[in-house]
Ligand binder design. Structure first.
Ligand code: SF4
Ligand code: SF4
Length: 233
């Protein structure tokens, strides 16, 4: 099993549903997006072109971030995923420097502090924490207990983090949150080692290519077709 993803640019409508689904699933802070996008506009009115490319960790087979990490905090894990162990991370940023895709983020501040505020702005108003208490919920308002099984809900200041393909969902037989949230089904995840899998078939049919293939990183997020939202099939 070698997990990979296909992103069909022709189906993508640039709605950023994947970005928000990832934030909700993995409780990333305001300034960190594991799933992100590159938006470019070109031309002059009225001939303006808009392009949207969804980005994330490519779980490279030859991951430069893993080779650069002095503590093995960044490592290859199950199904060929590039995973991160925050307990081993010393925050040296060597992985960030060596990732050619810029998809690793650094925690400069203690995350989620304002989620823990327990005084409202006025009498009768609620904060996230007081709402949770009033509703009888458990845990903390920023935490998704399911993803916390695979990665801590509150990341330590001075360490890095990035997409892990929602490994907790893969283990449960589900797709990553970004895949399930996409309203146009532009994203597919599956086994690149299985020639009959949907990802393998799509890559063959449309000659899928990863970003910056010339670098030889063995990136495993493949893009097919072109961003042309006026032609959705
Ligand atoms: Fe590492 Fe960057 Fe490749 Fe992800 S995309 S495996 S962070 S080098
Ligand atoms: Fe490894 Fe952490 Fe340094 Fe990245 S910041 S290279 S994961 S120790």
């Amino acid at each position: 099993m070698r997990y990979g993803m296909v992103i069909d640019q022709q189906k993508c409508v640039g709605c950023s549903g994947c970005v928000f689904a990832c934030k909700a699933e993995n409780h990333t802070t305001d300034d960190i997006n594991w799933c992100d996008k590159i938006i470019t506009t070109s031309g002059q009115y009225p001939d303006v072109k808009f392009e949207y490319v969804s980005t994330m960790c490519n779980h490279c087979d030859n991951a430069p971030c893993v080779g650069a990490c002095p503590t093995q905090a960044m490592h290859k894990g199950e199904g060929g995923l590039t995973l991160h162990d925050p307990d081993k991370c010393i925050g040296c940023k060597a992985c960030m420097v060596n990732c050619p895709y810029g998809v690793i983020s650094f925690n400069w501040e203690k995350p989620h502090e304002r989620w823990l505020v327990d005084t409202g702005v006025a009498a009768g108003s609620f904060t996230s924490a007081t709402m949770l208490m009033a509703a009888g919920g458990e845990g903390s308002p920023h935490s998704n207990p399911e993803s916390a099984e695979a990665y801590p809900s509150v990341r330590s200041r001075g360490t890095v983090e990035k997409c892990n393909f929602c490994v907790h969902r893969l283990k449960a037989g589900l797709s990553p949150a970004c895949v399930d949230a996409c309203p146009s089904r532009a994203r597919v995840v599956g086994d690149l080692d299985d020639p009959a899998s949907e990802v393998s078939q799509l890559i063959r049919k449309y000659e899928g290519k990863p970003l910056r293939a010339e670098l030889g990183t063995g990136a495993k997020v493949f893009y097919i077709r072109s961003y042309t939202p006026e032609r959705r099939t």
